[in-house]
Unconditional design. Structure first.
Length: 90
């Protein structure tokens, strides 16, 4: 097990931390999915930004979790990555 995974597992034993982590999980998952699709597509943050009409710094802030994008921006990102945006409330 990698150090990161062990640290994460140890932190998540704390019920308060686990509860907060679970609240943020959908956001983390969306960021990870966008990053993976971008990397798999072989494009840089700058190239993705140009495709959707924004700056590289906006993509970097989104990927670092420091920026909450609009649905419109998420849709543009999905289209630029030849993907579809799917939102589900259950």
């Amino acid at each position: 097990m990698e150090d990161h995974d062990k640290i994460k597992k140890d932190f998540l034993r704390n019920k308060k931390i686990k509860r907060e982590y679970d609240k943020l999980k959908p956001e983390f998952d969306a960021i990870a999915e966008v990053m993976q699709r971008r990397i798999d597509s072989g494009i840089t943050q700058a190239q993705l930004a140009k495709k959707i009409g924004t700056k590289q710094s906006a993509i970097a802030r989104f990927e670092s979790g420091d920026y909450n994008p609009t649905l419109s921006m998420l849709n543009k990102i999905a289209n630029a990555l030849d993907a579809k945006l799917k939102i589900s409330i259950t």
